[in-house]
Design a protein around this ligand. Structure first.
Ligand code: ADP
Ligand code: GN1
Ligand code: MG
Length: 379
């Protein structure tokens, strides 16, 4: 980081209610949206770390509303966990500014927040085993359960129509028509795939709109690396590892299936989201089964049959939705996602389509697995 950037960051940190001497600050994390940093402080001889994020204002146009949502959600969960001695490893802790706000503004008007840094924990980019998958499913099921009784008012819509496939298609067609970088020719098969699957892709958003599935508070960005896992937890026992669900900007009303769909999309994929060698991208039925079992172990008590019936489709739906968003960003000249190479968004899109093909080729088996879990649950 250059010196002037570091100095600006020090000025930002100075406005938070943090004590001791700031020792280091460095960029951190692999997210696509916010800019994340980690700082280290000397507090009377004890080393303590924090996470700082500049909220991406192009994505979140009302950062104050986002922070109000996050404060309410983390406060609600923390209250439920108040008897646990490791509570601050299980839910994000917002560090307020010196004037008691959940954010500070920098000299350019940017919005910043600070969380306690959760030590000795990691995220996964690929699930290694059914135990990983089961536990990731349970973490998200538990998160939804913890928020099921959040008192009114309704949370703000941090990004309106975030998972509205119909609206996402409108943006896609607009980007395709403008084709600002002349890239459409390089993405013909992907464009064709999206056109062919448009009707099927609308199933979740239509079910939510016509009331056949209920609105619930959900996370809306449950890709695997938003779940922080305790390094020292034992996976093999009967207890799930300690975990903390991160990246709470998009917690807002939606359907439980948005979270399940994004979990299926990321956890069952044998490869990372931007793997270019598509022969490595594959839908893994074993991971799917464990994931859904884990999810049901927490969410089974509140899910309705109408939601359960759409679980398999939700995974396909989310791979399509993300593929469509990556493709739209590629056609539009990459205005949204952070990229490391010019074709990054197209590669991500191809990866999601390959995952769908792999899922389709095992569709009968996937449906049998899901039906088996539901039967066991109802027994
Ligand atoms: P983005 O919106 O850019 O994805 P995240 O909130 O997911 O940002 O943070 C990016 C990464 O930073 C996470 O995947 C995680 O590895 C790390 N991280 C974020 N917050 C914390 C925290 N409080 N403690 C430890 N690591 C964190
Ligand atoms: C973004 O913030 P991050 O990197 O966890 C995106 C998600 C996508 C994901 C794809 C606010 O998530 O919707 O699924 O990238 N978040 C936002 O990797 O757009
Ligand atoms: Mg993230």
């Amino acid at each position: 980081m250059d010196e002037s950037k570091t100095r600006r960051l020090w000025d930002v940190l100075d406005q938070f209610a943090l004590y001791g001497e700031l020792e280091t600050i460095e960029p951190f994390g692999r997210g696509h949206i916010n800019s994340t940093f980690r700082s280290r402080w000397n507090q009377a001889g004890v080393r303590v770390r924090y996470t700082h994020q500049r909220i991406n204002e192009r994505v979140f146009i009302h950062p104050d509303e986002v922070m109000e949502n996050i404060s309410r959600v983390t406060g609600h969960i923390a209250k439920k966990l108040q008897n646990l001695s490791d509570r601050s490893r299980r839910v994000l802790s917002v560090v307020p500014s010196r004037d008691r706000k959940p954010y500070v503004r920098d000299s350019e008007g940017g919005w910043w927040r600070t969380y306690l840094f959760i030590e000795d924990a990691h995220t996964l980019e690929v699930a290694e085993s059914p135990d990983d998958a089961r536990f990731l499913g349970a973490s998200v099921g538990c998160f939804q359960k913890q928020l099921a009784d959040l008192p009114p008012p309704r949370l703000f819509d941090a990004i309106p129509d975030f998972h509205n496939m119909e609206k996402r298609y409108l943006s896609f067609y607009e980007a395709l028509e403008k084709d600002v970088r002349g890239r459409a020719a390089a993405a013909k098969p992907e464009i064709a795939f999206m056109r062919e699957n448009e009707e099927r892709g609308a199933v979740l958003i239509r079910a939510l709109r016509d009331g056949s599935i209920p609105e619930r508070i959900c996370h809306n960005d449950t890709k695997m690396n938003n779940i922080l896992i305790d390094d020292n937890s034992d996976y093999s026992g009967t207890e799930y590892p300690v975990s903390c669900v991160l990246d709470l900007d998009t917690v807002m009303p939606g359907t439980s299936l948005f979270d399940v769909g994004d979990l299926i999309r990321t956890v069952t994929n044998r490869a990372e989201e931007d793997e270019r060698d598509l022969s490595r991208v594959a839908f893994d039925c074993r991971l799917f089964e464990a994931l859904i079992e884990g999810y049901f172990s927490e969410a089974g008590e509140f899910l309705l049959p109408e939601e359960t019936a759409l679980i398999v489709e939700s995974g396909r739906n989310f791979a399509q939705l993300m593929g469509l968003r990556f493709l739209t960003d590629y056609l539009g000249g990459d205005p949204y996602y952070q990229i490391a190479r010019p074709e990054h968004n197209l590669d991500r899109c191809k990866n999601q389509i390959a995952l769908i093909h792999s899922m389709d080729s095992q569709w009968g088996e996937v449906e049998r697995i899901a039906a088996g879990i539901v039967r066991r649950l109802n027994r």
